[in-house]
Design a protein around this ligand. Structure first.
Ligand SMILES: [Zn+2]
Length: 440
């Protein structure tokens, strides 16, 4: 045999080996339910039956009880979820900044490893403008969970079943938009979910334009807040029922075998808990505490609960570890199936505020207003913040971020008036008060 033939055989053997590895790698489903508060799911202790499907799913999975988002804003949170970097590292912390092409997204990493990649998203902040489309073979918008439920099996049916797939599914129906075609209404859901937990809940809200109501502070009576919460909970039940149908279909189609499934959210929701509706809960725990439920491809640790603090930046390292891909030491997070330290530092950015958590301590820095701290175990409602030394905040944040310098984000051209109008229709920005910028 000539040296050349031997080389070709060696090459083929290496390729076969690589293909074999790709075949054995688990598929990955990552579901982000926008605006879903952890404490409004049964598996996180909610008394109302909002989530019968997710509660069942959680019994076969690992429930992370203290999962943090880095920001109560769709754009920043998803960028962390899909890069594995804290906001101060990926740099996409304002609407006119996009991810540097030098920072890989999860879909790019998986595509390079032989995965078939599908990104199905609700068009809002998840947009190719910010870099989110990179690495997806299919990057396709949908308008509702019903539409997504039809799209997923249709897109999966086109795949090569011999290779693993990565499905990123972003659902927006729990959010205060999409606000029923024509009639702008808070937390609208199709029947029977609109009135699932309270008959005529929408009729109990003040007869104000929804954007006026949205920007109000301390306006609602306790009965009206209860109606608002019932509407929001109806949206969760709506998504949960559709996920039950979708998972039934995926199971029957054999798409869940050897598949890692992660269900989470980008942030929570204020629900007038501190008087205001806008801001998705800001940097309070109703904004930062998200569900994180992870079903291992081989069912490991099913039914267990993890109390150690984790964050959305742990999702990429987890997927790399379970897919037998090399770990990336630059990432902020760590695998959710590895040993987790209670004393780890987690940081986030929602300008003009930043936070650092080392459980149970949480510290906030407001640019211009100084630094405050609170103990989340002693004071879970965060009513008693105490001033802290800004130097302490700076030191802890620097420790969380590490010394590595990351490529800067790209500056985007300002949005067109059409793009701006589309966001305004969803309740984002475009107003004349300082609250609107926080509705993210
Ligand atoms: Zn969001």
């Amino acid at each position: 045999m000539s040296p050349r033939s031997r080389l070709s055989l060696a090459l083929l053997a290496a390729l076969a080996c690589a293909c074999g590895e790709a075949e054995r790698r688990p598929s990955v489903i990552l579901i982000s339910i926008d605006t879903l508060r952890a404490d409004h799911l049964g598996t996180y202790g909610y008394e109302r039956d909002t989530s019968p499907f997710l509660d069942r799913f959680a019994r076969d999975a690992v429930v992370y009880e203290q999962a943090f988002t880095p920001a109560p804003w769709t754009l920043v949170a998803h960028m962390t979820m899909l890069t594995g970097l804290f906001p101060a590292q990926h740099g996409v912390v304002q609407e006119e900044l996009a991810l540097s092409p030098e920072i890989p997204l999860l879909a790019e990493r998986l595509e390079a490893a032989g995965y078939q990649t599908l990104g199905l998203y609700y068009p809002c902040w998840i947009d190719e403008r910010y870099g989110f489309a990179r690495g997806f073979d299919v990057f396709r918008a949908h308008g509702s969970v019903e539409e997504a439920r039809a799209l997923v099996p249709a897109e999966l049916a086109r795949l090569d079943r011999a290779r693993p797939y990565f499905l990123f599914l972003h659902l927006f129906d729990v959010h205060d938009g999409p606000l029923a075609t024509g009639a702008h209404m808070l937390y609208a859901s199709p029947p029977p979910y609109q009135d699932f937990f309270m008959p005529d809940a929408a009729g109990k809200l003040p007869a104000l334009a929804p954007d006026v109501l949205w920007k109000s502070r301390g306006l609602l009576t306790s009965e009206q807040v209860a109606a608002l919460v019932a509407l929001y909970d109806g949206g969760i039940r709506h998504v949960d029922a559709n996920l039950a149908l979708l998972f039934g279909e995926l199971e029957r189609g054999g798409w869940l075998a050897n598949t890692l499934v992660i269900v989470t959210a980008d942030h929570g929701e204020a629900l007038a808990q501190r008087g205001k509706l806008s801001g998705h809960g800001d940097m309070a725990q109703e904004g930062l505490h998200v569900p994180l439920i992870v079903r291992h491809p081989r069912g490991e640790r099913a039914g267990t609960r993890v109390a150690e603090p984790v964050h959305l930046g742990d999702i990429v390292p987890t997927i790399l570890a379970l897919s037998a891909l090399p770990a990336d030491e630059r990432l902020a997070g760590q695998s959710l199936f590895g040993p987790l330290a209670t004393q780890r530092l987690i940081t986030g950015t929602f300008l003009p505020e930043e936070y650092v958590v080392r459980w149970p301590e949480k510290w906030l820095r407001h640019k211009g207003l100084g630094c405050l701290g609170v103990d989340l175990e002693r004071d879970p409602d965060e009513l008693d913040f105490h001033p802290i030394d800004p130097k302490l905040f700076k030191r802890l944040q620097a420790e969380a971020l590490g010394a590595r310098v990351f490529p800067a984000p790209l500056q985007l051209a300002p949005m067109s008036s059409t793009e701006r109008d589309a966001l305004r229709a969803l309740g984002y920005g475009g107003g004349d008060d300082d609250e609107t910028g926080a509705q993210k």
